[in-house]
Ligand binder design. Structure first.
Ligand code: SF4
Ligand code: SF4
Length: 369
């Protein structure tokens, strides 16, 4: 028998608000039995990029915090720093953005602690049997947690087609170097015109690929091992990721990172998808466009692969919104995200994981009131 995926719609009435529904779902997934007194419990969130207001409401995190505390656990909110510059590229900016977006101790009852250090360089290698990776670079702070609860906003994604729990686990738990190797080509791009000659990249480069030539840095691609440390260190966008790659390979890499996270936590994790405000792009963008479809509901499981698969299929059935600029493309397409991103196969991650021996197709969808 396959995994159970819990699901509830957005239909509410007095006494059965969205808060009531979410708490019911939390309890149904066995949060009480999961947490032991004294456990450090990571609540993996995405606080949204600056200027983005489409991210998940912080009150869902507050409700998880309250349940974790009731069970005797010590909750903390966490995420990892981004590969690109913006409001979450280092731990300091990230903590400030979290505050601006309501993810504070005052509002949620738990501190926000970036999991991969001030510069996104603190990671631990975790073994995985993938096609592209034999180990994945996961944020040490997340791996230190006794238990973890993922709160994932389900929406579109420019490179993966869609982003739900698997994306939140894979990219969201990786250090900057881990993000870079998923995005591979891992050798960074160097823009000499933007280089101020501050030397920070030279100081962190472990392979001697970066040296100073006069007042500018110089990158020797032959020596570069693609660790991503210099991208994290450069404050001037002179060193940036090279996003060019094959789409399917990127999706496979994301799947393998998610597998590494899943195998590390095994039965110490619960996963939630919020299929609400389903925008075409992820919350990493400094803008949020109108949603593609009407809100669908909340989903939860201890099996993130079944969870994303079930959520994706329900989202595909949802009524398209005429207010979206993708209305015409999505309204004639049975698969929502392929209307938005025709070049991306939105189920490729599941195909790849199946080929790696991950089985999740025979899940049961249990509808909650
Ligand atoms: S960290 Fe950036 S700005 Fe500083 S020397 Fe290196 S490339 Fe130039
Ligand atoms: S990616 Fe790593 S090895 Fe390559 S230049 Fe940057 S710091 Fe050096």
């Amino acid at each position: 028998m396959g995994s159970t995926v819990f699901f509830t719609t957005m239909a509410t009435r007095q006494g059965n608000s969205l808060e009531h529904k979410f708490i019911r779902m939390l309890r149904k997934t066995g949060i009480e039995g999961l947490i032991s007194p004294g456990d450090l419990v990571a609540i993996k969130v995405h606080v949204g990029e600056q200027q983005n207001l489409g991210y998940l409401n912080q009150n869902y995190a507050r409700l998880v915090v309250e349940e974790v505390k009731k069970a005797g656990g010590k909750p903390f909110l966490t995420d990892t720093n981004t590969l690109y510059t913006g409001g979450r590229h280092n731990g300091v900016d990230h903590a400030v953005t979290a505050l601006h977006h309501g993810y504070s101790y005052t509002t949620t009852g738990a501190p926000f602690i970036p999991a991969d250090g001030i510069r996104g360089t603190e990671y631990t290698n975790i073994a995985v049997k993938g096609r592209h990776f034999s180990s994945v670079k996961l944020a040490s702070g997340i791996l230190s947690a006794d238990k973890i609860i993922f709160l994932s906003h389900f929406k579109g994604h420019l490179e993966a087609g869609f982003g739900g729990s698997l994306k939140n686990m894979a990219m969201g738990c990786a250090s900057i170097a881990g993000k870079m190797e998923q995005h591979s080509n891992a050798i960074p791009l160097f823009n000499e015109a933007k280089c101020t000659g501050c030397r920070q990249c030279v100081l962190v480069c472990p392979s001697g690929a970066l040296t100073m030539k006069g007042k500018k840095a110089s990158l020797d691609k032959e020596k570069c091992i693609g660790c991503g440390q210099c991208v994290a260190a450069c404050n001037y966008e002179a060193l940036t990721p090279d996003w060019g790659k094959h789409q399917e390979e990127f999706i496979e890499r994301v799947g393998e990172y998610a597998l590494g996270v899943y195998q590390h936590f095994a039965d110490r994790a619960i996963y939630f998808n919020f299929a609400t405000n389903i925008t075409p792009d992820c919350d990493c963008w400094p803008v949020n466009e109108p949603p593609l479809v009407e809100d669908v509901g909340f989903f939860a499981s201890t099996d993130p692969f079944a969870l994303d698969s079930a959520t994706l299929e329900k989202v595909n059935e949802a009524r398209r919104m005429t207010t979206s600029r993708f209305w015409e493309k999505t309204n004639t397409n049975t698969r929502l995200f392929q209307g938005v991103y025709p070049h991306i196969n939105d189920t490729h991650v599941f195909t790849h994981l199946s080929e790696l021996g991950v089985h999740f197709d025979d899940y049961q969808l249990e509808k909650l009131p």
